[in-house]
Design a protein around this ligand. Structure first.
Ligand code: G3P
Length: 217
């Protein structure tokens, strides 16, 4: 499973990329607002930091506007993935952009039928939001299982990009059900390597090593 980081903070992206922990980046208008930066500038900088897909979201609501924005965004860098909302207009724009070879990510997916429509529209990625479903007491992860089954039934190539991840458990569950990608905030990705027994075990090894009086080879 690939890991994308869900942020527009270039310092976080740099650190995660340096550690080799990420394969791509996802952004949305809320994350751009949080960065306090110009949309184009930040997308250009992120695309230069990382080889993998970088999702940049359109803000028009009509298909024509989305297509125009999508073509402009795709020209910024070869690794831009155009992010489109799961609406009838978003699906029409997805079909048009995908058929001209532009990578697309259909976002704000909350049902298996929506995911089926996105795949039929040729989306490169579908982004189901697990955390926001959990927030309203609907099991987000069972949506991922349903999408996996449907896509496998029909050999649909759209990649399942699990979004709105809030915890390391969401990542483990995404991997268990066979999601293609998980996008998560930086702190969730960093926390994946942590375990109290790893920490205490390493503390003991270091203490015992120091007591041998030997230098590192
Ligand atoms: O990029 C979309 C997404 O991951 C949103 O997450 O936590 O705002 O529901 P959240």
């Amino acid at each position: 499973m690939k890991f994308f980081v869900d942020t527009a903070d270039t310092q976080d992206i740099k650190a995660l990329a340096k550690a080799g922990l990420i394969d791509g980046v996802t952004t949305n208008p809320t994350l751009i607002k949080k960065s306090g930066r110009d949309f184009r500038d930040v997308i250009l900088e992120i695309c230069a930091l990382i080889d993998g897909p970088v999702s940049a979201e359109v803000t028009s609501l009509a298909a024509d506007g989305m297509i125009k924005e999508g073509r402009t965004l795709a020209k910024l860098a070869p690794n831009v993935t155009v992010k489109l909302p799961l609406t009838v207009d978003g699906l029409a724009a997805c079909r048009e952009l995908s058929s001209s070879g532009i990578q697309t990510n259909v976002t704000l997916c909350f049902s298996a039928n929506q995911a089926l429509l996105a795949a039929k529209a040729g989306a490169t990625f579908i982004s189901p939001f697990v955390g926001r479903l959990d927030d309203i007491h609907i099991d987000g992860m069972s949506l991922i299982e349903d999408i996996r089954t449907i896509y496998d039934n029909y050999n649909l190539q759209t990649e399942i990009l699990v979004a709105s991840i809030r915890s390391p458990n969401h990542i483990k569950e995404s991997a268990l059900v066979g999601a293609d990608v998980a996008t998560a905030p930086p702190k969730v990705i960093w926390s994946l390597s942590e375990h109290p027994l790893t920490k205490s075990g390493l503390d003991t090894f270091m203490k015992d090593w120091a007591e041998t009086g030997q230098a590192a080879v």
